[in-house]
Design a protein around this ligand. Structure first.
Ligand code: SF4
Ligand code: SF4
Length: 408
């Protein structure tokens, strides 16, 4: 004869994750006083969230995923808006700047991460925030700041590429019933690709460029219009680049977060920075019923059900595991493994760090660049000339480039 507890244990060991919770709870609810005590322990988790503004209820969400989705959509719209404004600005400059001036959105510098890394080293060496792409450096630092607080949350809450990648995986799941998992023996070496790319950029910039080389690059004609060059790259995209994007998109339909998991050097950097963050997904082992729903829900394929705290560099603080956990107070974000951090507070941190950095940059005069509209109008006319090309980081220089607007 098996005792009630033995039955419970047996059921936990042999049920599949998909059926486990709903199967387990009724068993626990039956019978003896000991079982009803167990029933109290297994209080069903309520994942509803309320966002309060000035102490008053403002928005309600079914769970952290709905809140995250709203934040993702918000940042995607912001990105599209910045893109739209930038196209307007470039069109205006190409037309010779007729009528009312159109302002260049500084936020476009978010798309110049290599220039931001160069600016970072230059800032570290000289204490000067260069005034060619200051916003790029500020945005980069704010993203690193987000990672110091809530790990790689930028990837799953803000990054438009991450959002598109996640949406493609969702399409794959809907159409084919599931996403594919790269076998572990292949997954590990493929994940290291993004670190190799990151190492390449860090090595080239932090080891390979001295102060003079950094200054030459920063004030070069190429870097002054690097944002416009990027726009021109996409407007006249080559078949090779288009095919590459297409292949990555198709792979992302079948394999969750293909680009982010295997190739994105930015994500690699944030994963490493995230190790310094005190915020981690934490599992309360005594109340955990080992249903494995958290692991099943994790898009980063982390074995959450085995961890006391999730340490993996792949964790993006997406909170899918937290939402999947059926037991109250069992899986949550916590600061230094002790203080639980509610998803709403985590979301506030994620959303507010960027504007906070932006505000500080504006106050200290490090947000707007010093390239004048007249200079943009002049340079955009000759943007296809060789002086705006670069060859593996080597850029043509202009005689007086350090004395033009923006030279420090
Ligand atoms: S461990 Fe949880 S928070 Fe981290 S990536 Fe997996 S599901 Fe998201
Ligand atoms: S932490 Fe994971 S395994 Fe434990 S109860 Fe929650 S979902 Fe199930």
């Amino acid at each position: 004869m098996k005792t009630g507890n033995a039955m419970i244990l047996e059921r936990q060991e042999h049920t599949s994750p998909a059926e486990s919770v709903d199967e387990k709870l009724p068993i626990v609810c039956e019978g003896s006083v000991r079982r009803s005590k167990r029933k109290k322990e297994i209080a069903r988790a309520n994942h509803e969230l309320e966002v309060r503004l000035f102490g008053k209820p403002f928005l309600r969400f079914a769970n952290a995923q709905s809140l995250r989705y709203l934040v993702q959509v918000g940042f995607l719209l912001l990105t599209l808006w910045i893109g739209f404004e930038f196209v307007q600005f470039v069109n205006w400059a190409e037309a010779g700047g007729p009528g009312e001036p159109i302002a260049r959105p500084q936020g476009v510098e978010a798309f110049l991460p290599i220039s931001a890394l160069i600016s970072l080293k230059y800032w570290i060496l000289t204490g000067v925030v260069n005034n060619i792409h200051p916003a790029g450096l500020v945005i980069f630092l704010s993203i690193v700041g987000i990672s110091l607080v809530v790990r790689k949350a930028f990837c799953s809450w803000i990054c438009p590429v991450g959002f598109v990648s996640e949406s493609l995986a969702l399409v794959g799941e809907k159409v084919f019933g599931r996403n594919l998992r790269v076998p572990r023996w292949l997954d590990y070496p493929m994940r290291s690709l993004k670190y190799l790319l990151l190492f390449f950029f860090l090595y080239t910039i932090f080891w390979g460029m001295n102060e003079v080389a950094l200054k030459v690059f920063i004030y070069s004609p190429y870097n002054r219009v690097a944002d416009i060059k990027m726009l021109k790259f996409f407007q006249g995209i080559s078949p090779t680049a288009l095919w590459t994007i297409f292949i990555l998109a198709v792979l992302s339909i079948f394999v969750k977060h293909f680009w982010c998991r295997y190739l994105c050097p930015y994500g690699a950097l944030l994963g490493l920075v995230g190790f310094l963050s005190p915020t981690k997904v934490t599992r309360n082992i005594p109340s955990c019923i080992d249903c494995e729903l958290c692991t099943k829900a994790c898009p980063a394929q982390i074995a959450v059900h085995k961890a006391k705290t999730v340490q993996s560099d792949e964790c993006t603080s997406c909170l899918s595991c937290v939402d999947a956990c059926p037991v109250a107070d069992t899986l949550y974000l916590s600061v230094k493994k002790t203080r639980p951090l509610s998803p709403v507070r985590a979301a506030w941190a994620i959303v507010l760090i960027l504007p906070l950095f932006m505000f500080l940059a504006k106050v200290t005069g490090n947000w707007y660049n010093a390239v004048s509209s007249q200079e943009y109008i002049h340079r955009v006319q000759e943007i296809h000339s060789p002086k705006y090309e670069h060859n593996r980081g080597q850029v043509p220089v202009e005689q007086d480039q350090f004395h033009q607007s923006g030279g420090d």
